[in-house]
Design a protein around this ligand. Structure first.
Ligand code: S3P
Length: 166
């Protein structure tokens, strides 16, 4: 099987779904942000603060390229991985792309007590999350092969839907 790429806004549940897909299917689990933090030996916050967003995005593209050669992986993508057309093209050529779709309220409830998302620093509120989500919506929707609404669903329900779709 080719890769499964989980995309969606920060806090949409990509990591939890990825971990459960690994348990259910045996596909290797890949957490993009964790790999990049490991490679750079610093947190995502520190990469953004010291090296800048463009550097981070370049590293994302390098990692997606590398993963595309490997296969049979469930990949939890960073929420901004769809911002570059090149990334989407590589993902489409090497697997299926599943969009996890959550409301701004759900995202806020999940992320409000965390400060590890640099793009939400000082802006952790529903209106800003809704604004950024709307800005990105066309990209998420154009990239997705399938969309799963995750509001109010358990991780198991979401995984079952994904496996049915595939
Ligand atoms: C980002 C999402 C984050 C992380 C970085 C940028 C984004 O990943 O890659 O903070 O641009 O949406 P998660 O979606 O796993 O939070």
């Amino acid at each position: 099987m080719n890769n499964i790429y989980l995309i969606g806004f920060m806090g949409s549940g990509k990591s939890a779904v990825c971990a459960r897909l690994h348990e259910l299917t045996g596909m290797e689990r890949v957490e993009m942000d964790a790999i990049l933090a490991d490679q750079e030996k610093m947190s995502i916050n520190d990469i953004f603060a010291t090296k800048g967003e463009t550097y981070f995005r370049d590293k994302e593209t390098e990692l997606i390229t590398q993963l595309s050669f490997e296969g049979r992986k469930a990949v939890s993508c960073g929420g901004g991985a769809i911002l570059r057309d090149e990334n989407v093209r590589i993902m489409k050529e090497s697997g299926r792309i599943i969009l996890l779709s959550a409301s701004p309220e759900t995202i806020y409830e999940r992320l409000k007590d965390f400060d590890d998302r640099p793009l939400l620093h000082g802006k952790m509120n529903v209106p800003y999350i809704a604004e950024l989500m709307e800005k990105r919506r066309p990209r998420y929707e154009a990239a997705a092969d399938y969309t799963v609404d995750v509001n109010g669903k358990s991780v198991d329900d979401i995984c079952r839907e994904i496996l049915d779709l595939l």
